[in-house]
Design a protein around this ligand. Structure first.
Ligand SMILES: Nc1nc2c(c(=O)[nH]1)N[C@H]1C(S)=C(S)[C@@H](COP(=O)(O)OP(=O)(O)OC[C@H]3O[C@@H](n4cnc5c(N)ncnc54)[C@H](O)[C@@H]3O)O[C@H]1N2
Ligand code: MOO
Length: 407
């Protein structure tokens, strides 16, 4: 299969994602456990929001049409309600921030802008109010019955706050997708073993498990497979009931790179088997079809080089995982920043260069870190993002606005 461009590969994943909806597997969780989960229901306003005209200042509720000194007839704070008669001409009631504005009043004047005695309030000429000043009308933020949150949103603090405000003590969320993680390679040993000089520790499984968790999935770590058909077949069959299979290693051109062959023998179809990117060129995306006993399984064969593994997981596998978890049309997280120093690369492939973001009030700057290729985990950990360099570019000047892939 020919190599395709990065955009074509992203589009292919996006097309399969679009065909996944709607997801159906849901569970109910208490609001306290909903952070990071994907909402599987609509959340409605249970009443008008705010439910009463709300004062946004400590001050005095008045009628804007009145002039002159107001007669002070009472006081209301948040949690209280004015039970007296509607405000009459040239009357005022002291109100606190968050208090219901009494009937008849249409504005609140800040207490800093008046001179008040125990019985009167006079507003300074420079601060005469207009109707509506410092009052949020009932229902301005939402009307009872409005949909405030839609299924498919990942619940962060803002959504949790909104759900709490309308009394959603429990929420239906999508069941988290399971991603089986299978590293391949005869050179691998477990992290708690002492490797011989020709061996390396299996870091990719841990990287992938962490990335899966960060994107709302549940990783299932399998013991690494060795570079034989039998070992791969055995591990892949054990992983068959996971929603997704994330393999690392064994996808390039070498004679022990058997992953594609083994998947083909199991009936897999491939949507791409190489993308014009660096790192990560040999990345594979495919699917094992549904059988009588198993649902379809999405497969990503990620290149074994550790930085390639992480970049391709972020670009291609995580949007699919998030979609399997019910999130609406997820995409890799691209933002823009200003390049801090000149960058030279070889053109021909879309490059993802490890970099560090620094952000201040008015600028997001991005600094490439020194790195030594797709195996350089140390540099990768000094970075927190990747600068995207288009395939037809070999030099980017300092000060250029560049696209950045966030982790
Ligand atoms: N003749 C060619 N050789 C290579 C090509 C090519 O097109 N033609 N592509 C290169 C590119 S690009 C990459 S990326 C790698 C991908 O190789 P594989 O996916 O087959 O991965 P391996 O060969 O198994 O391993 C590559 C590298 O990564 C280390 N590794 C593997 N698994 C782990 C793990 N679980 N934890 C930590 N490190 C791991 C492995 O030891 C190797 O050093 O192929 C190039 N070659
Ligand atoms: O692209 Mo490979 O991903 O050079 O290391």
């Amino acid at each position: 299969m020919a190599l395709i461009t990065c955009q074509e590969a992203l589009d292919l994943v996006a097309a399969h994602i679009a065909a996944l909806f709607p997801r159906t597997c849901t569970e109910r969780v208490p609001l306290e456990q909903a952070l990071g989960r994907v909402l599987a229901q609509s959340v409605y306003a249970d009443r008008d929001q705010p439910p009463f005209p709300r004062s946004t200042r400590d001050g005095y509720a008045v009628r804007a049409v009145d002039h002159g000194v107001r007669k002070l007839i009472g006081s209301v704070r948040a949690g209280e309600v004015w039970t007296g008669a509607s405000l009459a001409q040239e009357e005022t009631i002291e109100v606190m921030t968050g208090a219901p504005v009494p009937d008849g009043a249409d504005a609140v004047v800040m207490l800093e802008h008046v001179e008040a005695t125990a019985t009167t309030v006079s507003i300074s000429d420079r601060h005469l109010p207009s109707a509506g000043d410092n009052v949020v009308p009932r229902g301005q933020e939402a009307r009872a019955g409005d949909v405030l949150l839609h299924a498919g949103v990942r619940l962060a603090a803002a959504e949790i706050a909104l759900a709490a405000s309308v009394g959603a003590a429990g929420l239906d969320v999508y069941v988290q997708p399971v991603a089986a993680v299978l590293a391949t390679g005869d050179e691998l040993v477990a992290v708690d073993q002492t490797p011989a000089s020709h061996q390396i520790r299996n870091s990719n499984s841990h990287a992938l498990a962490a990335i899966v968790r960060e994107h709302g999935g549940v990783p299932r770590l399998l013991p690494p497979a060795s570079d034989t058909r039998e070992s791969l077949l055995e591990r892949i069959s054990v992983a068959r009931d996971a929603d997704m299979l994330l393999l690392s290693g064994g996808v390039s051109a070498g004679k022990y790179d058997l992953v594609e062959d083994v998947l083909l023998s199991l009936g897999a179809e491939f949507f791409f088997t190489g993308v014009l990117i660096q790192p990560g060129k040999p990345v594979v995306f495919g699917r094992l079809p549904a059988t009588q006993t198993h649902a379809e399984q999405w497969i990503f064969g990620l290149p074994g080089n550790p930085v390639s593994t992480q970049v391709t997981a972020l670009l291609f596998a995580m949007p699919m995982l998030q979609a399997l978890g019910g999130e609406s049309l997820p995409q890799p997280r691209f933002v823009q920043g200003t390049l801090a120093s000149i960058m030279k690369v070889r053109s021909g492939l879309t490059r993802f260069v490890p970099a560090k973001l620094s952000s201040s009030l008015h600028a997001v700057t991005v600094n490439p870190v020194e790195w030594h290729g797709s195996g350089d985990l140390a540099s990768n950990a000094r970075a927190d993002c990747y600068i995207v360099v288009p395939s037809d570019v070999d030099s980017v000047a300092a000060g250029t606005t560049v696209t950045v892939l966030l982790r």
